[in-house]
Design a protein around this ligand. Structure first.
Ligand SMILES: C[S@@+](CC[C@H](N)C(=O)[O-])C[C@H]1O[C@@H](n2cnc3c(N)ncnc32)[C@H](O)[C@@H]1O
Length: 448
């Protein structure tokens, strides 16, 4: 992390970018890339689905396109302010909003500062029989001043001519150096089998970002992505030895991009600012967001909803032991009881329930299960987790006093059946997810 004025790099802010940008010093950023969300259909628009992102979505959409443009305008004014006099900005749009945004951009940057309408053409995938298949995104390239970085030799393309062919004036082409780059670039969208793929439909390919960053910045320059998503621009910046700063309103997104930066770019020393850190803040998170926070704090993986592992929200790191997350207090005996069934069904001998607190019955039940079957149900409080304690074990039956005897084990036939589990809170949630997944095909292109 290199401080520039009071600007730190290798930082991801979990915040509304408007609020965060207001705290950045003027003229401190060399290159900005932004890929703001836009309504094409709600499924593509809301990527992480957590509360902060949905609230931001609703702000933008209550009044249609004009509200959206105004929403973008106030952010663009801040972005223009923080850009260095010789800095550049790339605004990635899809066809729904591009034209509206171009007029707004000309207003802020000046018509003459518009350098290119860069077209990223991605063939393949679904096509339409009712109109021309929509196969490109538009990226507007603006510069703040009259001087800017453009490393043309780093982004040359291959000549399409056969070697040895001369220009019309008879002069020779330099085939080794390559062709001067033009404003249409063909590259496939992120493929389902690609290593960089996170799995949401509007993820941009790293190669596209490497190209823009290589052209419009130099090593050690500062690259900012104020709608950082899963961090594609930051990964590309790190790979190219640029400094970077990311902002995203979604805590889920921030965690994903941190992992992508570590995995895809070998980045370390990444600082997250603005993530929920107090128990109060965690209590206020939406259930989905809370669950993400817990699983990620345990470095675990999320349960694939389709698997039908009812009651299992995720799996622990390496050993893949089931985790159940409850955003409530005084968890009782029956939760442990039901979870025991789910753990047994998963074939593991240990599982974790995470909640704000547990009742005495829950501890007793966990001890009973351990004594009877050797099955460990670890009851982890959020406070334990915040203190980094994932090493806790199930209490032994001996911890409970003789004058308060352990409850009798429930006979096996009294354990909840699959049908009962399906009717439970989590069963209903699984059913809802499955219905939603069936209604919303995750296809990037228009395939009518
Ligand atoms: C289209 S995605 C960016 C994808 C990114 N280019 C990539 O390839 O990974 C848009 C992102 O903007 C975030 N976002 C929405 N409203 C925001 C706001 N007001 N401030 C910061 N981020 C916001 C969303 O959470 C989402 O991650």
């Amino acid at each position: 992390m290199t401080p520039v004025g009071f600007l730190e790099t290798s930082v991801i802010y979990c915040d509304d970018n408007l609020h965060r940008l207001a705290q950045f010093p003027a003229e401190s950023i060399d290159l900005i890339y932004l890929d703001p969300p836009f309504f094409s259909n709600r499924h593509y628009e809301v990527i992480w689905g957590d509360e902060a992102e949905i609230r931001s979505f609703e702000d933008r959409w209550q009044g249609g396109i004009q509200v959206y443009v105004d929403w973008m305008r106030e952010r663009m004014i801040e972005l223009h302010r923080v850009l260095k006099p010789n800095g550049s900005l790339y605004l990635h749009c899809d066809w729904h909003a591009g034209h509206y945004l171009k007029v707004m951009m000309d207003d802020i940057f000046g018509y003459r500062q518009f350098q290119n309408e860069f077209v990223w053409y991605y063939s393949g995938g679904g096509a339409s029989k009712r109109r021309w298949a929509r196969k490109h995104d538009t990226i507007f390239f603006y510069t703040k001043g009259k001087e800017w970085t453009f490393n043309v030799d780093d982004v040359r393309t291959e000549h399409k001519w056969d070697r040895g062919q001369r220009r019309a004036d008879g002069s020779e082409r330099d085939y080794e150096k390559g062709k001067l780059p033009d404003d249409v670039w063909e590259h496939h969208a992120v493929m389902p089998w690609s290593k960089e793929r996170i799995g949401y439909p509007t993820q941009k390919p790293e190669e596209l970002l490497r190209r823009l960053i290589a052209a419009s910045s130099n090593p050690k320059d500062i690259v900012l992505d104020p709608f950082a998503g899963c961090g594609t621009a930051l990964v590309a910046a790190h790979q190219l030895d640029r400094q970077w700063i990311g902002i995203d309103i979604s805590p889920t997104g921030v965690n994903v991009m941190k992992r992508q930066l570590q995995r895809r770019a070998g980045a370390d020393g990444i600082k997250l600012i603005g993530m929920p850190v107090t128990e109060r803040q965690l209590r206020d998170l939406k259930p989905f967001e809370f669950q993400n926070w817990i699983i990620q704090s345990m470095h675990g993986s999320h349960a694939p909803r389709k698997s039908g592992d009812m009651g299992i929200d995720g799996y622990s790191f390496m050993l893949h032991e089931p985790i159940q997350v409850k955003q409530s207090d005084a968890i009782g005996r029956n939760v442990v009881d039901n979870f025991e069934t789910a753990v047994k069904r998963s074939g593991k001998e240990k599982g974790y329930i995470v909640a704000f607190s547990f009742g005495k019955g829950a501890y007793e039940e966990a001890a009973r299960v351990k004594a009877k079957d050797g099955l460990q149900v670890v009851l982890l409080t959020v406070a334990d987790l915040m203190a980094g304690r994932t090493d806790l074990v199930t209490p032994d039956a001996g911890l409970f006093s003789a004058d308060e005897p352990m409850p009798e084990a429930r006979p096996p036939e009294a354990l909840p059946t699959v049908e009962e589990l399906a009717l439970s809170e989590w069963g209903q949630e699984v059913a809802r997810d499955l219905r939603r997944a069936a209604e919303e095909p995750a296809d990037y292109s228009d395939s009518n």
